[in-house]
Design a binder for this molecule. Structure first.
Ligand code: ATP
Ligand code: MG
Length: 471
C-alpha cells in the first residue's frame, strides 16, 4: 500500500474513533441529565400525589373512622382525571393488593415490593416501544397504610437520545468525508519530497547519474533531499572518475599494444630476412643491428613501465640531500653525450626527496629537452630556493609544445610527434613516470612552452617540514 494511503487511512481511523467516542459521550451525558431530571420530577410528583391523596382522604365523611376501599378508588379516579400529563396510578392496600389501577398502567411489581415507609422507590422500564418511570410511595390516610404508585411516560427523553445519535452520525460522516478530502490533499503535499526522491532514485538506478531531486521543503525531508543530492553528486563524480580511469586504462592498453607492435614487426621482419636469405655481410649487419636496437627499445620500454607500476604502489622515504650533489650528478651524466651544452646554475641548499627518483625525473626532463633541441642548442638546468620549497627548472630552446598538448603529454605512451619521438627511441613513458614520482613528493610538473621558441618544465620539492606535516 502506498505511504500516502497509509497516512490517509490511519488519520481516518483516528478521526472516526475520536468523533464517534466524543459524540457518544456527549449525547449520552445530555441524555443522562435529562433522565435524572425526569426521575426527580416523577419523585416530586409522587410526594405531591401523596399529599393530595391524604388531603382528599380527610374529606371523607367522619362517620367512617377507617378509609374504605371504595373511597380509595374514588380518590384515585379523581386524582387521575385531574392530571393532564397522562400519568397512570395504582393504589394498593396493606397486603399490596391493587385497590385502584388506571387503565393502561403497565408498571412492574418490583417497585411495589420495594416500597417502605422510609424511602421512595422508582424504576425505569420499557414497554411496547415506550419508556416509563414508575415511582412508589406509602400513603397514611385515616388509619390505613396504602401504597401509591405513579407511572410517567418518558419516551420523549429516549427519542431525544436516538435523534441526537442520528444527527451526530450524520455530522460524523460528513466530517470524515470532508476531512478525508483535506487529509488527502495534505498527505499529497507532505509526501511530495518522498515522491520526488523516489523518482530521482529510479532515474539514478536507470543510469541517469546527473538527475537531482527537487527540494520543495526546508524540513527534515528537505534536509534528506539535500543530503541525497550531495550523495548523488559524490556518486556522479566517483563514477566519472572510474569511467575516466577505465578509459585511461583502455587507452594505455591500446597504446601499449601499438608500441609493442611497431618494434616487434621490425624485429620479426628482419629476423625472417636473416633466416630466409643469404645476405651479404653489410646487409646482415644492418639487419642484426636493427633487431638489436628495436630489442633494446623494447627492453627500455619494459623497464620504464615497470618503474611506473612500482612508483604507483610505492611509499617514498624522503631524505635531505645537498642541491650541489644532485646538480653535479646531472652534469656528469650528460657531459659525455652533450659536452658543455648543459648549462647549470643553482642556489646551494638542501633538497628533501627520494634522491634516486628525483634523479630519474631530472634525467627524463633533460633528455626530453635535448631531444627537442637542435644539434648546437643549449639546455639550461636551474635550481632555486623559493618560499614553497626548492624549485627545479629545465629550459630548452627547441621545437616547443602546443598548449593543447600540455595535459596529454604526461599520459603513458603519448607523444606529440610520434615519428619524431620514435626516431629518437622514445616510447612516451618518460613524463608519465615523472608525473607519478612528483605526485609521490606532493608536487607536480609545471609546463610553459611556445612552439618554435622552447620549453620550460619546472617543479617544486616541498621542504622537510611539509613532509612532516603530511604525515
Ligand atoms: P621516453 O621518455 O619514454 O623515452 P618520450 O620522450 O617520447 O619517450 P615523454 O618523455 O613522456 O616521452 O614525452 C612525451 C612527449 O612530449 C614527447 O614525445 C614529446 O613529443 C613531448 N615533449 C616532452 N618534452 C618536450 C620538450 N622539452 N620539448 C618538446 N616536446 C617535448
Ligand atoms: Mg622522454
Amino acid at each position: 500500500m502506498k505511504f500516502i494511503y497509509k497516512i490517509l487511512f490511519c488519520s481516518i481511523i483516528i478521526l472516526s474513533l475520536a468523533l464517534g467516542l466524543s459524540g457518544y459521550l456527549l449525547v449520552n451525558s445530555v441524555f443522562q441529565s435529562a433522565l435524572e431530571r425526569e426521575v426527580e420530577q416523577a419523585l416530586n410528583d409522587s410526594t405531591i400525589l401523596r399529599f393530595a391523596f391524604e388531603t382528599a382522604a380527610l374529606n371523607v365523611p367522619t362517620k367512617y373512622d377507617l378509609l374504605q376501599d371504595a373511597a380509595v378508588r374514588q380518590i384515585g379516579q379523581r386524582m387521575e382525571s385531574g392530571s393532564e400529563s397522562g400519568r397512570k396510578l395504582r393504589i394498593s392496600d396493606e397486603g399490596k393488593q391493587p385497590l385502584y389501577q388506571s387503565e393502561g398502567f403497565v408498571g412492574s411489581d418490583s417497585v411495589l415490593e420495594q416500597i417502605t415507609e422510609q424511602a421512595k422507590t422508582w424504576q425505569i422500564f420499557p414497554d411496547n416501544g415506550r419508556y416509563y418511570v414508575q415511582t412508589g410511595i406509602v400513603v397514611n390516610a385515616l388509619d390505613r397504610n396504602l401504597y401509591l404508585e405513579a407511572q410517567n411516560d418518558i419516551t420523549a427523553v429516549f427519542e431525544e437520545r436516538a435523534k441526537g445519535f442520528s444527527v451526530y452520525r450524520k455530522v460524523t460522516l460528513f466530517m470524515i468525508l470532508a476531512s478525508s478530502a483535506l487529509m488527502f490533499f495534505f498527505s499529497t503535499w507532505l509526501t511530495k519530497p518522498i515522491r520526488l526522491l523516489t523518482r530521482a532514485t529510479r532515474r539514478m538506478t536507470m543510469g541517469d547519474y546527473y538527475y537531482r531531486a527537487r527540494q520543495v521543503s526546508d524540513d527534515e525531508l528537505g534536509q534528506l533531499t539535500q543530503d541525497f543530492n550531495k550523495m548523488a553528486a559524490e556518486l556522479e563524480s566517483t563514477i566519472g572518475e572510474l569511467k575516466d580511469e577505465i578509459t585511461a586504462r583502455e587507452d594505455f592498453i591500446g597504446a601499449f599494444a601499438h608500441e609493442l607492435k611497431t618494434p616487434l614487426t621490425a624485429i620479426i621482419g628482419y629476423a625472417d630476412l636473416l633466416r630466409s636469405r643469404k645476405l651479404d655481410e653489410e646487409k646482415q649487419f644492418l639487419s642484426a643491428n636493427y633487431i638489436y636496437t628495436e630489442g633494446k627499445r623494447l627492453e627500455s620500454m619494459s623497464f620504464r613501465l615497470l618503474d611506473i607500476i612500482v612508483t604507483k604502489r610505492e611509499q617514498i622515504n624522503p631524505q635531505e640531500v645537498s642541491a650541489e650533489t644532485l646538480f653535479e650528478y646531472m652534469r656528469a651524466m650528460f657531459r659525455e653525450r652533450v659536452g658543455d651544452r648543459l648549462l647549470i646554475s643553482f642556489d646551494s641548499g638542501k633538497v628533501c626527496a627520494e634522491v634516486n627518483l628525483i634523479k630519474s625525473v631530472l634525467l627524463n626532463l633533460i633528455d626530453n629537452a635535448f631531444k627537442a633541441s637542435g644539434e648546437n642548442e643549449v639546455v639550461e638546468l636551474h635550481g632555486r630556493e623559493t618560499p614553497r620549497g626548492y624549485e627545479f627548472l629545465v629550459i630548452d630552446h627547441g621545437i616547443g609544445i602546443p598548449e593543447q598538448e600540455f595535459k596529454r603529454i604526461t599520459e603513458a605512451f603519448y607523444m606529440v610527434d610520434k615519428s619524431r619521438s620514435r626516431s629518437r627511441n622514445g616510447a612516451g613513458l618518460g613524463l608519465a613516470l615523472c608525473a607519478e614520482i612528483l605526485r609521490l613528493h606532493n608536487s607536480e610538473l609545471k609546463i610553459q612552452s611556445e612552439v618554435g621558441k622552447g620549453t620550460c618544465m619546472s617543479f617544486i620539492l616541498p621542504d622537510k617540514e611539509s613532509y612532516e606535516e603530511m604525515d
